[in-house]
Ligand binder design. Structure first.
Ligand code: B1M
Length: 233
């Protein structure tokens, strides 16, 4: 940590300055500072979702842009990702604390060949906060993992995440296998990840593309509503 950095007292910054400082701290992979910043914003009365989106997700966007442009490399991005996770760990129980009744059950995982999990973890947190029960299969999941999990219990939704253009086609492998096994229509399939779009989701036979975690929650709720409406009275 530089001397200049040493001099900054996070608690003395106003909200705007603190948010910008947290973007810098995320960029520099400073987990402890991120934890401190998250706690300060919460103490100041910020909603957990605001802290998540304005302080953490917005900061990660800068990291993503500089990674794309060759300014940051994998080790630095990993440190930033760890700092992001440290902040998310504080917010997770708060986002899940809504006491909402169980709305539905979901299996989610990042597809085979792909180890990006921050976005998926965020979706998991937000879904849990909205009252869904979520089984998170983690990263690098072959089709067998998804099918095994779906068969093991009574789930409503399958969620898949992919962050690489090389791994997103694997979502179709999973959906095609579900079709072959005759179970495709038993589940709502939601997909997400930065390189995806509506068109892709449609082309691979998913039910919907979710741009972000908030959209994932809304979309999942909509499908659960439709499912309940179709149930015999
Ligand atoms: Co990687 N990476 N990465 N990376 N990485 C990207 C994805 C990339 C776009 C960076 C870039 O070049 N600009 C690029 C992909 C390019 C492409 O495919 N066209 C890339 C690359 C190339 C790579 C490697 C190949 C680099 C290398 O080794 N040379 C390598 C691949 C490893 C692998 O998976 N096999 C790699 C590795 C890594 C790290 C390990 C260093 C690290 C991941 C750490 C971790 O996740 N634990 C990492 C990171 C952090 C990124 C960026 C910078 C940030 C991703 C992120 O966490 N975003 C990313 C750049 C970017 O996306 N702009 C990049 C924040 C997160 C909140 O957003 O994940 O989009 P996101 O999730 C959102 C939505 O997409 C949506 O909701 C989330 C929350 O709102 N969503 C869903 C996501 N999943 C969903 C599932 C749903 C619904 C919604 O289900 C229902």
């Amino acid at each position: 940590m530089s001397e200049e950095e040493d001099d900054i007292v996070l608690a003395e910054l106003d909200d705007e300055e603190l948010t910008l400082q947290m973007h810098d701290d995320l960029y520099d992979g400073l987990s402890e500072e991120i934890e401190e910043g998250v706690n300060i914003l919460l103490e100041r009365g910020w909603e957990p979702y605001e802290v998540l989106t304005r302080a953490l997700v917005a900061g990660m966007k800068v990291v993503g842009d500089d990674f794309r442009d060759g300014i940051l490399f994998v080790p630095e991005v990993l440190l930033a990702a760890n700092a992001m996770k440290a902040g998310m760990a504080i917010l997770k129980p708060l986002l899940a604390e809504t006491g909402a009744p169980r709305v539905g059950r979901m299996v989610i995982g990042t597809v085979k060949g792909d180890i990006h999990d921050i976005g998926k973890n965020l979706v998991t947190m937000m879904m849990e906060g909205a009252g869904f029960e979520v089984t998170d299969l983690g990263i690098n999941n072959p089709v067998e993992n998804y099918l095994g999990a779906l068969e093991s219990d009574d789930y409503d939704i399958l969620g898949m995440s992919a962050l690489l253009t090389t791994t997103m086609p694997y979502m179709k492998v999973v959906i095609d296998t579900m079709v072959e096994k005759g179970i495709r229509n038993d589940y709502t399939v939601l997909v997400g990840g930065a390189p995806l779009n509506e068109e892709f989701a449609k082309a691979i036979g998913a039910d919907a593309y979710c741009r972000d975690a908030a959209v994932a929650v809304e979309t999942a709720k909509e499908f659960m509503q439709r499912k309940h409406n179709q149930m015999p009275a």
